[in-house]
Ligand binder design. Structure first.
Ligand code: ADP
Ligand code: ZN
Length: 215
């Protein structure tokens, strides 16, 4: 089963990816995570991406595509993959289709996490992430047992620099302009499944399992 997670920043793509990977052994491919890893290494790709990410703009397609193709090439045919944060515009969706076709692969389901704007702003500005394992917390909705420390691995929690209110608003604007059109793109291909992502993590996950026919 190959899945794409589609939704605004803060829709819960990262959180639900984690749960789907845990339950179905999918390979998680997050272009945001891949870009942040390049940033950390201060590689040429990372340095190029940084200015776009800090502003909340999309990184140029060619840069992201290179990382994505690398990740897809690394997939061993097994349980399938989960794409999180890619594609983000129609041009990326087209390139993805071609890349997969050339490897005799395809997308089975696009899960659209539909979230409202005020929920997103609250979620993202309160989001904290583990530096070591990437687990996601929230200062009010899902606080760790000890402030600033990951329950799972003891790592330090940090706030993503693009989770400030100003940059969140910009990311939402970019989503509306560039990414929202993909909802129709995948509707036309009859692989879109929409779930309400304003609910609690577990309730939304229940809906996801239903849409995947796993419940
Ligand atoms: P979110 O979906 O919550 O905004 P991500 O971690 O997916 O968070 O992305 C963070 C940033 O990384 C984006 O604002 C953008 O600058 C960059 N990025 C991630 N994926 C892509 C992509 N497919 N195309 C272009 N830029 C991307
Ligand atoms: Zn951790």
């Amino acid at each position: 089963m190959n899945i794409v997670l589609l939704g605004a920043p803060g829709a819960g793509k990262g959180t639900h990816s984690e749960m789907l990977v845990r339950d179905f052994g999918l390979k998680h491919i997050s272009t945001g995570d891949l870009l942040r890893a390049e940033l950390k290494k201060a590689s040429p790709v990372g340095l190029e991406a940084k200015s776009y990410m800090d502003k909340g703009s999309l990184v140029p397609d060619a840069v992201v595509m290179k990382l994505l193709v690398g990740a897809i090439a690394g997939i061993k045919h097994g349980n399938g993959f989960l794409l999180d944060g890619f594609p983000r515009n129609e041009s990326q969706a087209g390139m993805l289709e071609e890349e997969l076709a050339s490897r005799n692969m395809n997308i089975d389901r696009v899960l659209y996490l539909n979230v409202s704007k005020d929920v997103v702003i609250k979620r993202l500005t309160g989001r904290r992430i583990c530096k070591s394992c990437g687990a996601v917390y929230h200062v009010f909705n899902m606080p760790p047992k000890r402030e600033g420390v990951c329950d799972k691995c003891g790592g330090d929690l940090y706030q993503r620099p693009d989770d400030t209110e100003e940059t969140v608003l910009r990311r939402l604007e970019v989503y509306r302009k560039e990414t929202e059109g993909l909802i129709n793109y995948y509707k036309t291909r009859k692989i879109l499944a929409e779930v309400n992502a304003d609910l609690s993590r577990d309730n939304t996950y229940g809906l996801i399992l239903q849409k995947l026919g796993k419940k």
